[in-house]
Design a protein around this ligand. Structure first.
Ligand SMILES: Nc1ncnc2c1ncn2[C@@H]1O[C@H](COP(=O)(O)OP(=O)(O)OP(=O)(O)O)[C@@H](O)[C@H]1O
Length: 289
């Protein structure tokens, strides 16, 4: 199933027949997806269904086993060096773990988003041009954290840290924002706030967004379009409006015949998502220690 998107000029992401194998693991199996400029697309699917792998191909972080990945008119796997960096600079990436430098100030973290346009390393606020500092402060204001600019990043809450990561992504003035489980580590209230902020910025700036999520309700209320992945295949691709929760549950290979059953499946899926997020925390902790 595939949703038609506008004319050729408006297509900013065009993935066709994408297969990715990691040894004997097939992470993606002939996945196809086109995204029009300005669309807000959610990737949904069980842990291991291939959401991150798909996002990573869009940014050139993975090389396909077969198939085509075109972003902003360029075949991503063919790009290397300067040309790949140039394409990446037109895309922002937001991750579950925020990836801020904890000991640096909030403002310095935001400024690191501009490093690709600067030569050489930068140490300390003084080493950044004034115009970039003003831009960074503007983005911090946009995400509601101007008053935290000179605070260490690790003194902020999770939701605030993710807002800093969004401000950092905005430093690239991106056309596309890729977000991999941006709220998986956050409580429901902070999740809502962060997702609303992303949507608001995307609408204001005309950004195209592709975002993986675990939360079905949030996905339905937030996205323009839902793309469901199962075992690396696109099994659903449809506008979010009018889509029922029961239809979405079929992505997970589960069919609910009653509200009670639907609720039970939801609890099971949210437990599985929490387990996956906890595993990521543990793995990250092990890597950092
Ligand atoms: N670098 C890698 N090496 C080996 N296997 C990998 C690698 N990256 C992903 N995989 C495997 O590919 C499959 C898809 O993984 P992926 O991370 O894309 O799923 P996901 O839907 O994003 O899961 P989650 O919701 O838990 O983040 C999984 O079986 C995973 O173990």
């Amino acid at each position: 199933m595939s949703t038609q998107v506008g004319n050729e000029d408006s297509v900013v992401i065009d993935v066709s027949g994408l297969t990715k194998e990691f040894g004997r693991t097939v992470a993606l199996q002939g996945a196809s997806l086109t995204v029009a400029r300005g669309e807000i697309v959610v990737l949904l699917g069980l842990s291991g269904s291939g959401k991150s792998t798909l996002l990573r191909h869009l940014d050139g972080l993975e090389t396909p086993t077969s198939g085509s990945v075109r972003v902003l008119g360029q075949e991503v796997p063919r790009l290397t060096g300067r040309r790949l960096r140039a394409l990446r600079s037109r895309m922002g990436f937001v991750f579950q773990q925020f990836d801020l430098v904890p000991s640096l100030t909030v403002l310095e973290n935001v400024l690191t988003g501009a490093l690709s346009e600067l030569r050489g390393p930068r140490i300390g606020l003084w080493s950044y041009p004034k115009r970039l500092k003003l831009t960074a402060l503007g983005h911090l204001d946009r995400v509601g954290l101007l008053d935290r600019a000179y605070q260490r990043a690790d003194t902020l809450s999770g939701g605030q840290q993710q807002r800093v990561a969004i401000a950092r992504a905005l430093m690239q003035d991106p056309e596309i924002l890729l977000a991999d489980e941006p709220v998986a580590s956050l409580d429901p209230e902070s999740s809502e706030q962060v997702m609303s902020l992303i949507r608001e910025i995307a609408m204001d700036e005309g950004l195209t967004v592709v975002c993986s999520l675990h939360q079905v309700d949030l996905a339905l209320s937030w996205g323009d379009r839902i793309v469901g992945l199962r075992h690396g295949e696109v099994v659903l691709d449809t506008p979010a409006e009018g889509l029922s929760k029961a239809e979405v549950m079929e992505i997970y290979g589960r069919v609910a015949t009653s509200t009670t059953e639907l609720e039970a499946i939801e609890v099971e899926l949210s437990d599985a998502a929490a387990d996956a997020a906890a595993e990521t925390h543990l793995a990250d902790g092990a890597l950092r220690s």
